[in-house]
Design a protein around this ligand. Structure first.
Ligand SMILES: C[S@@+](CC[C@H](N)C(=O)[O-])C[C@H]1O[C@@H](n2cnc3c(N)ncnc32)[C@H](O)[C@@H]1O
Length: 246
């Protein structure tokens, strides 16, 4: 197997995958057990390498790419709000697929990316780093930037710092999910789309029921790039019905 890999070293992915099965990081000494596990997982994860090869800031890009491949949520010209965007791989995907960087002929989209952490600019996106999405001022800033225009797609990959206690982490991510939903209800075009990440738990079903009140179609999606051991899943809500004003 090794020889084969060396012979076809020009097909880097084959070579890399072979190496991934064998390689163990050399610098594990002195690291906490959890850090050792993280390093081992990173080095064995084909999406980590693929992200490097395709210039994505992190492996999460492939989750959104896989969702889009199946459900076609993006096209050139769309306006997208990306909540919990740092370090920016979903933003990269959104700018490419909406043509908000105007690199192709045709309609030019708009992408707004928000995170409570600072992050580097992404060409074609308006990046709002250091801004907590759950704070009114952040949402007012976004509304001002939108200038009364509505969004086609709202994304929330927001995740709290995990405590390791499943029920607490679930509750916290659900709070972020509702913050995204509440904002999406105000600024989404009729027929628009919402993608929300949650870590599964007791409140997921209620969230799904609430999404169904406002969207014609709600699917639970677990892209291949989501790690098998993760409780992460995405609600893909399509066909925004609008809010009744009377
Ligand atoms: C899984 S990461 C997002 C990865 C990103 N989608 C990408 O592809 O690069 C989750 C992000 O949610 C952000 N986040 C958590 N709570 C937030 C909040 N209240 N407001 C804004 N961002 C938040 C975190 O700072 C973190 O960067």
């Amino acid at each position: 197997m090794n020889c084969f890999c060396k012979i076809v070293s020009q097909t880097r992915s084959v070579y890399t995958n072979c190496m991934l099965l064998k390689e163990t990081p050399r610098n594990l000494k002195g690291k906490k057990h959890s850090s050792q596990l993280w390093l081992m997982r990173q080095i064995r994860d084909p999406y980590v390498e693929k992200a490097k090869q395709e210039n994505y800031r992190c492996r999460s890009a492939f989750k959104l790419l896989q969702i889009n491949e199946k459900y076609k949520i993006f096209c050139p010209g769309l306006t997208v709000i990306d909540c919990g965007a740092a370090p920016g791989s979903w933003t990269q995907v959104a700018t490419n697929l909406t043509n908000s960087h105007a690199k192709s002929q045709g309609p030019i989209g708009k992408v707004y990316a928000i995170d409570k952490l600072p992050f580097f600019p992404v060409e074609g996106a308006t990046v709002l780093g250091n801004m907590d999405f759950t704070i009114t001022k952040t949402q007012e800033t976004l509304l001002a930037l939108l200038q009364g225009k509505k969004a086609d797609v709202v994304l929330s990959d927001m995740a709290p710092n995990a405590s390791g206690i499943r029920a607490i982490d679930h509750d916290n991510i659900i709070l972020l999910a509702y913050a995204a939903l509440k904002f999406a209800l105000q600024i989404t075009k009729i027929h628009g789309t919402l993608v929300i990440k949650v870590w599964d738990g007791g409140k997921s079903q209620e969230l799904e029921q609430n999404l169904l009140r406002f969207y014609n179609n709600v699917k639970i999606v677990k892209p291949d790039a989501t790690r098998d051991e993760s409780t992460e899943k995405f609600f893909l809500a399509r066909g925004f019905k609008g809010l009744k004003t009377s």
